[in-house]
Design a protein around this ligand. Structure first.
Ligand code: T4K
Length: 372
């Protein structure tokens, strides 16, 4: 056994540019003595990300969760919000922190995103918005969701935490909806250690979001809302600027890894995975597979445990469903009968290790373990 074999393999590993390339940024920050509150690198990163992503306005945040909470505040969302149980808990927590009742709608079986055909039945007089998630970066049915929102006068805030750089019909996926929220957490395609952002389409909304993330200050002595402190600091922003230099290479590498998995796991009865979506430029955030135990002969949890015993730490994103956590379990919409597809998918999904620095031998070993 080589030393390499002993190293644990995690579902992801943050991409880090060479350390020496970050030193000049730190020296510059030391020189400027401006550490947070819309500093030089904060401004640079907002500008550069607008260009890179092809969006009009972006407001940087200290993390994606605070960005979600603030997005709901920015549009004054209240009452009930329709969302998906098939996501990371932060999606629904952002509603809870705003005293909004989540109403779960089931997912569709093709890409595991909220099923638009089930949204209308969940609308009540208290519904004010829809909070869908582009799960694994696969776009929701944005046209149909927009149609419903327009017909019922609802806002749409997309949780686009997984969708950095994703394009749909040659334009940023984040140009859909009223607002989109991304995460720059260490485990994401583009990371600033922790971080996040809200994308909006007009100057006035950006201004309000920027007030809200800075305690509600609109100038030195005016406070327009009970805002929060959710500002991205200069070290995070500078790191983002450096990351941007490598992002295309990192996404390309993710694509190669995804294709390796696809080539080496195809034709295994009981193992399925997503193909490329039509009209989409992907950024390859995760590589989820589903395991049909009746055909494959082992359950998802058997596979998860066997890989773990060999030092390969896959993750069951998203199991349990948000609707199964104690905070949300009592909601009427958390009922299993209301969410049959989400419940079934969450029992059979497994995300395999995917990150730019993964070694060829590691991928080969992982794929080999599926051919038992
Ligand atoms: N909406 C959606 C749909 C989301 O998926 C998320 C976050 C959010 C909103 C909220 O955005 P943020 O507030 O986080 O910006 C992870 C992440 O913490 C979380 O950001 C992410 N989604 C979620 C899907 O996954 P955990 O608890 O699974 O992460 P953790 O810390 O166990 O990391 C996974 C593996 O990655 C570790 O086993 C090892 C590796 N790792 C992790 C970190 C943090 C490293 O190698 N280095 C690292 O620095 O939630």
């Amino acid at each position: 056994m080589t030393h390499q074999d002993d190293k644990p393999v995690y579902v992801t590993q943050p991409f880090l540019p060479p350390l020496e390339e970050f030193i000049p940024y730190l020296e510059d920050i030391w020189e400027r003595k401006w550490l947070t509150n819309n500093g030089h690198y904060h401004q640079e990163l907002e500008k550069s990300l607008c260009e890179y992503l092809g969006v009009k306005h972006i407001s940087l945040f200290s993390n994606g969760t605070l960005a979600l909470i603030t997005a709901l505040q920015a549009l004054r969302i209240t009452g009930e919000v329709i969302t998906t149980p098939y996501s990371f808990v932060a999606t629904t927590h952002s509603l809870w922190w705003n005293n909004i009742k989540p109403v779960f709608v089931d997912i569709e079986p093709q890409f595991f995103n909220i099923d638009p055909e089930k949204i209308e039945a969940a609308i009540t007089p208290k519904t004010t918005a829809i909070l869908p998630v582009h799960v694994y970066g696969n776009p929701c049915n944005v046209e149909r969701i927009q149609e419903i929102a327009d017909a019922y006068g609802l806002h749409i805030i997309y949780d686009a935490a997984h969708a950095f750089g994703v394009k749909y019909n040659s334009s940023s996926l984040m140009n859909w909806g009223d607002l989109s929220v991304i995460s720059f957490h260490a485990t994401k395609v583009f990371n600033t250690f922790e971080g996040g952002a809200i994308i909006c389409h007009d100057e006035r909304t950006k201004k309000r979001i920027d007030f809200l993330k800075n305690f509600g200050f609109a100038g030195e002595t005016t406070v327009v809302a009970p805002g929060i402190n959710a500002k991205m600091n200069e070290i995070q922003a500078a790191f983002g600027m450096l990351q941007l230099k490598y992002i295309d290479k990192a996404i390309l590498r993710r694509k190669e890894i995804t294709n390796f998995y696809r080539d080496n796991l195809k034709n295994i009865p009981g193992i399925s995975f997503f193909d490329e979506c039509p009209n989409v430029v992907h950024s390859y955030t995760y590589f989820p597979i589903t395991i049909d135990s009746a055909i494959y002969g082992k359950t998802r949890d058997d596979v998860y445990s066997e890989l773990k015993a060999k030092g390969i730490f896959t993750r069951r994103y998203f199991y349990p469903l948000i609707s199964q956590f104690p905070t949300y379990k009592g909601l009427p919409s958390s009922n299993r009968e209301n969410l049959p597809v989400a419940n079934a998918v969450s029992e059979k999904v497994l995300c395999l290790p995917l990150y730019p620095d993964i070694e060829y031998d590691t991928m080969k070993k992982i794929c080999h373990l599926f051919h038992f």
